[in-house]
Ligand binder design. Structure first.
Ligand code: 5GP
Ligand code: SF4
Ligand code: MG
Length: 465
């Protein structure tokens, strides 16, 4: 998901809509905006579908007056998977004795099932199926005097990954879980402040990127300035390494470096680790593009656009059912036949999850008359599900969970298949020594199976990490 918030600007809702539009790659199922205006109080609009289809009409935007606002774009990882119900669309809103508050959450709460059970037993009335709603109920039960105090107390009971943007009548609040698994950045716009999942959402509104919110940090921004504190026991941060590989937009800055540059490095590492003789290097667009450029630069094999993408489709992976996902590849990608014919082709993609995309693309490329197809993947084999906010399927559906690399190669029907090593990936994201196995710098659970936060709900349901 993507979260965004702004305080201290005229017509905050316009900024929020733009910010969410820049974060649309983080979730396309639904979106919502909450604002506050002294005359009208809290205002909200929550809709299914894309930001550009919902938050551009004058009518909707007129219903969202105020100089403070937050928003959310949703991609379901918990609750009703792939079938967002209206009641699951964020931000969530709660009324407390000291006033209302709205919250937007990116991540996934790993003890949400247990918390929900406990809260329901004690009388909480849940409105949605979303894990994030627990936070509002925990806040309602807190005795804290101010809303940020209540949020702090609530979040101390929550396990897992959370980057949160919340608001009261006058305060914009941002918070990251103790490991800082999901991103969150702070920006300055005029006399106001903005919080966003990624810096590309600051760029679109012309805000200046100030810094990342740190792991375990909570900030409270008002028109008077920004206060920061660290309400949780501090731990070494474990940012999601897959944000670098796939999830974030290439024009965002993460950990002080451009995501694009990191992805190009990943491609270079891959070329060093898994060289092969070929005529052209083609990306699977768009997710494989920067890594393919890096691979081409490192290997000296020319880069070419062998696959053309129709930009009017969403990301295939996010489409809900298997059937739509299968069609999705063809609807979105087509082979540039004239270029491919009789060539030995290196195809670069960011990841193999179910293997659906790779299989379809290989078929399309061979149909077009390619002489050889070599797959190069910019992440290690995805062998474990993510429980921290990226929607990887159950373990059984992950190709790498059930097959060796050679079995995968045969299953995909390609001449060769190589993944970047975990160490190579760490080098590419800036860890010169590779992965420090005693204390890794990132979360890499979907590749290593080492979960930095025990996924306790899933363990209760029988999952074995
Ligand atoms: P597959 O077809 O192997 O199931 O999925 C791989 C493709 O899905 C890649 O091209 C990748 O860009 C895309 N993808 C989209 N969302 C995700 C995600 O959340 N996780 C992973 N690993 N890949 C994703
Ligand atoms: Fe990111 Fe993978 Fe960790 Fe999920 S399991 S937070 S996708 S590195
Ligand atoms: Mg892709």
């Amino acid at each position: 998901c993507g979260v965004f918030g702004v305080v201290g600007v005229t017509d905050a809702a316009n900024f929020v809509a733009l910010g969410l539009h820049a974060l649309q790659h983080r979730g396309q199922e639904a979106g919502g905006i909450v604002t506050h205006d002294p005359k009208t109080g809290f205002n909200q609009a929550r809709r299914m579908g894309l930001v550009r289809d919902n938050f551009t009409s004058a009518d909707t935007m007129e219903e969202l007056p105020g100089s403070i606002g937050i928003g959310h774009v949703r991609y379901s990882t918990a609750g009703n998977k792939g079938q967002t119900a209206m009641r699951d669309v964020q931000p969530f809103f709660g009324e407390f004795s000291m006033g209302g508050a709205a919250i937007a959450h990116n991540g996934n709460i790993t003890n949400a099932v247990a918390l929900r059970r406990e809260l329901i037993e004690r009388g909480s009335i849940f409105q949605s199926s979303s894990d994030s709603e627990c936070i509002i109920h925990l806040m309602a039960r807190s005795m804290g005097r101010q809303i940020p105090d209540r949020m702090e107390e609530a979040l101390r009971k929550v396990e897992g990954a959370f980057s949160i943007v919340a608001m009261t009548r006058t305060k914009l609040i941002g918070c990251r879980d103790p490991l800082g698994v999901r991103p969150l950045v702070l920006g300055k716009i005029g006399d106001g402040w903005a919080l966003a999942s990624e810096t590309c959402a600051l760029d679109i509104i012309g805000a200046e990127f100030i810094r990342e919110i740190e792991a375990g940090e909570m900030v409270v921004a008002t028109d008077k300035g920004v206060e920061s504190h660290f309400p949780f026991r501090t731990k070494k941060s474990r940012f999601c390494i897959f944000e670098h590989v796939y999830f974030s937009r290439p024009d965002s800055i993460l950990g002080g470096r451009s995501v694009y540059e990191t992805r190009e490095n990943i491609g270079r590492e891959l070329a060093k680790e898994a060289a092969v003789d070929a005529d052209i290097v083609c990306p699977v667009p768009d997710s494989g593009t920067p890594a393919a450029i890096g691979y081409s630069l490192q290997s000296g094999i020319p880069y070419a656009m062998g696959i053309i993408r129709n930009n009017y489709m969403g990301r295939t992976f996010i489409e809900p059912t298997e059937q739509i996902r299968n069609m999705g590849v063809r609807l979105k990608l087509n082979v540039n036949r004239a270029l491919i014919k009789d060539k030995r082709v290196i195809l670069v993609d960011d990841s193999v999850v179910r293997g659906t995309t790779s299989r379809k693309i290989k078929e399309m490329i061979l149909d077009a008359g390619a002489a050889e197809v070599h797959f190069r993947i910019a992440s290690p084999p995805t062998a474990w599900p993510c429980f921290y906010g990226v929607d990887t399927p159950q373990r059984e559906k992950l190709l790498a969970a059930t097959m060796s690399e050679d079995e995968m190669r045969k299953h995909l029907g390609v001449d060769s298949l190589r993944f970047i090593s975990l160490n190579g990936l760490y080098r590419a994201v800036g860890e010169a020594e590779g992965r420090n196995n005693a204390s890794p710098a990132y979360c890499d659970a979907c590749f290593s199976g080492e979960y930095p936060v025990a996924p306790s709900d899933m363990i209760e349901q029988g999952f074995q990490p």
